[in-house]
Design a protein around this ligand. Sequence first.
Ligand SMILES: Nc1ncnc2c1ncn2[C@@H]1O[C@H](COP(=O)(O)OP(=O)(O)OP(=O)(O)O)[C@@H](O)[C@H]1O
Length: 744
Amino acid sequence: MTTHLSLVGAASVDDLPPTGLACLVIVARQHGLHLTTSQLIHDNLLRDQEVTLPELLKCANSSGMTAKAVKLDWKGLSHLKRALPAIVRLRDGSHMVLLRLEGDENSTRVVLRDPNASEDALLVIDQPRFEDIWSGDVVMAKRDYEISDETQPFSLGFVVALLFRERRILRDVAIAALILGFMGLAPIMFWRLLSDKVIFYKAYNTFYVLCVAMFVVILFEAAFTFLRQYLVQRLTARIDVKLSTYVFEKVLNLPIDYFEQNPVGLISRDIREVFRIRGFLTGQLFGTVLDSTTLFFFLPVMFFFSPIMTLMVLAFAGAIVTWLVLMLPAYRKKSSATLAAEGAQGAFLIQSLNGMRTIKSLALDTRQRHMWDVLVARVAKARLAEGLTGTAIQTLVRPLERLAVSAPYAFGVYLAVSSGDPVYVGALFAFLMLSQRVAGPLMQMAQLINQYDEARTAVTIVGRLVNQPAEEGRSGHGVRDPLKGLIEFSGVTFKYKGAVSPALNNVSFEIPLGTTLGVMGKSGSGKTTITRLLQRLHSDYGGLIKVDGIDVREYDVDHLRRNVGVVLQENFLFSGTIRENISAAKPDATFDDVVRAARMAGAEEFIDKLPRGYETYIYEGSTNLSGGQRQRLAIARALIVNPPILILDEATSALDAESETIVNANISRIAHGRTLIIISHRLSSLTKADAILVLNRGVVNDIGRHDELLERNDIYSSLWYQQNTHLVPAGRSDKNFRSPTLVS
Ligand SMILES: Nc1ncnc2c1ncn2[C@@H]1O[C@H](COP(=O)(O)OP(=O)(O)OP(=O)(O)O)[C@@H](O)[C@H]1O
């Protein structure tokens, strides 16, 4: 709940409990740290009164956080964003938690939480009023993570923690790289000796020794290069596996709301960003760091030859770094525009592919093509702008790179000519070789700035996805008692995020063990919502839902869902054979189990007629099956685990009369020994139910057997007679009921 409250008239600070530590507790909780004020007072030898800023910082820093206090003005506050929530100190010495800033540039408001008020009573205050009460002090705190802590949220620190786990391979790679770096010096030294000593003194023995030594070094170099590459590839593969499994698991754990509120295309783009991070880490970063080991050996030798020429090389490298850093904001702006445009294009593509049947049947090709063209043009424009900015940056980098090698050399030649010393030529030649070898890693290091920036953006994108709070009930500590099927809803109220009115309002009913409940009501009356809450797809509802006397929120969510079979109107069948699809939820099912489930669902009859029977392959979207056949397979798939609770949500609505008759004939067998919830617009499917719940705009309108409802309930009886006009009793005076008439 967000309230617009006034701070005027608040009680004096001295009358209220101290706020500083309470705010710290709230901020710490946002970072996953559970602190209490009494523990903070005890650990930091404080008294139960308002803390000073240094005391607050000390408390934070000693409880696993890093905190800093800053003095800001309103403009500075609006730049905090990622550092929020933060603690703001008010003029009267009390504190509040600054959660976020709302509104646009002209009318920004701060959203505050007063630690002494209830959790959902937030204060929303505009700039002038906030500046009146705010002292300008802000305390920002973030959690400290150990480098090896993999439980931390996804961030660059997390990725480093993953790498840290592979420290043994890293160590071996580093050793191989250092040896290679050292060996890299050898050829240059040989060339120098060959040109300076052998040519000059005609020393044949030295010549032979040098040739053999060079051959040996080349062999060693080849062996170590192989070793280094082998280790790097192993490391890459391991990091790849870890990152991919980590991200996919996190995505699977996200609540259903996330998938309903975000386009699939964007989610899949965000997931793919993880590969960019991997590419950066194991490709660019790692390659650069390893190649840079040559600098350890080459730079001292270069200094030995000529300090001034070496400083010239470094100065050019420094100039490149400065240039790249200066251009970074411009490049970042262009590349994030490209990313946004590509995201929109990807989302549109996936949407179009998923809806291809509708596009074809409604002849929407032209509309889709037009929309695609617009998106493509946007991407092309963004890419072009990004490319041009990149090229503009590189245009200066290239000459600087050339100058880094040529300018010191020219300078050296000038010195050699002016000194007239012939021995100097060998050294000069060696220096040229060295500077060429050094230029590569130096340039790579400079380019790393851009690549690091891209990887950081990718980390932010992936972090935004996987750091979402996971679905509740996945802690592994939930109840896993076998379910029987007694269901109770008491005073259940639920509103979808962003919806204005509740989808369910104070709904109470009970389904005794092993009985069948039919649910009917107009479209949007909340029928499906009941089943979603029962499967715990949402946890933030009011009231209580119990299964076998235990709150569903106490069950392990996977255990609960395994025991609640669901068949929807539109069911997703995976690519694979019919047998694989039916046994998806029970991989160890025998062939007999599969056949039994298929028989009960009324699917056996059509499967037997297929040339390959249970081994028939179903393509993506199950295009080779009819709607009715798909539906019966979905019922068989739900029945294979023999769930104690089964929900059929409009499961037979799309069936043709024949398939529906087959399924309905089996319903009593399907219902045997389990609690069944059947949601249906077609009331004929509900007549045999033990009770029928009539829902109207999220409220229970009535509950009773078919005959009872027909007798007393208007909503039920009018729908029944609409569907069964031949049964309308003569003289029925139902004000809601009008049978179709001819209009002249
Ligand atoms: N994911 C969602 N996000 C927001 N609102 C939703 C969501 N799903 C359903 N609603 C809203 O909640 C209300 C109840 O929806 P629900 O799907 O439970 O109705 P229903 O009786 O099953 O309808 P139908 O018979 O058409 O399937 C509707 O007003 C609907 O607009």
